[in-house]
Design a protein. Structure first.
Length: 194
């Protein structure tokens, strides 16, 4: 089994509720480390504008690049659910290493501002999953744009689209995420008469 994420990009408003809830739940201090991130995508000129949001965290890849490069074996993929977790005690820290962040195209490995900060990242709220609850980002989303669960269940419920505005699916890593992408539509010019 592989647990992963679903994002309905047509519903996400970029409110950052998922980011705030995640930082609060996991006691991630203010600063550069953020297990959940929101990107704003803007294209075009008035009146033909396109705006979409992309929420990203660790995508618990089937073949995580971060595990392959970790010299201290601090990152592992759990066999029972495919969740990628880090043992911060084993991590060499960003002043010594930081290779995991460099190889991840989704910038999932995060480091705090402290000296030789240890790597941290989304663990799909293992404590909540143990209680059969959704990750805190999913529960906090006021637009119900996020979901998480076994990939086969998510695919059965939402389909199997793997790309969205601002996101490129890395076939070598096979990130555990599916989307309902926001599609850029051609808008015709409208002349205003007075």
């Amino acid at each position: 089994m592989q647990i992963g994420f679903y994002l309905d990009q047509t519903r996400c408003t970029g409110c950052y509720a998922c980011v705030v809830a995640c930082k609060d739940w996991h006691d991630v201090p203010a600063g550069p480390a953020s297990w959940m991130r929101v990107q704003t995508l803007e294209r075009g000129k008035y009146p033909n504008l396109f705006v979409a949001f992309l929420t990203l965290s660790c995508l618990h890849c089937a073949e995580p690049a971060c595990i392959e490069v970790c010299r201290s074996n601090a990152i592992v993929k759990r066999k029972e659910d495919g969740i990628v977790v880090v043992d911060r005690e084993k991590c060499e820290g960003k002043d010594t290493c930081e290779i995991c962040r460099q190889v991840c195209p989704y910038e999932a490995p995060q480091f705090g501002a402290e000296e030789n900060a240890k790597m941290q990242m989304c663990n799909l709220c293992l404590d909540r999953l143990a209680e059969n609850k959704k990750p805190i980002c999913v529960s906090a989303c006021p637009m119900r744009a996020l979901d998480a669960g076994p990939m086969d269940e998510l695919i059965a419920k939402y389909g199997n689209l793997r790309e969205a505005a601002g996101f490129e699916y890395a076939t070598s890593l096979r990130p555990s995420v599916i989307f309902k992408p926001k599609v850029e539509k051609a808008v015709s010019s409208v002349s205003l008469k007075r």
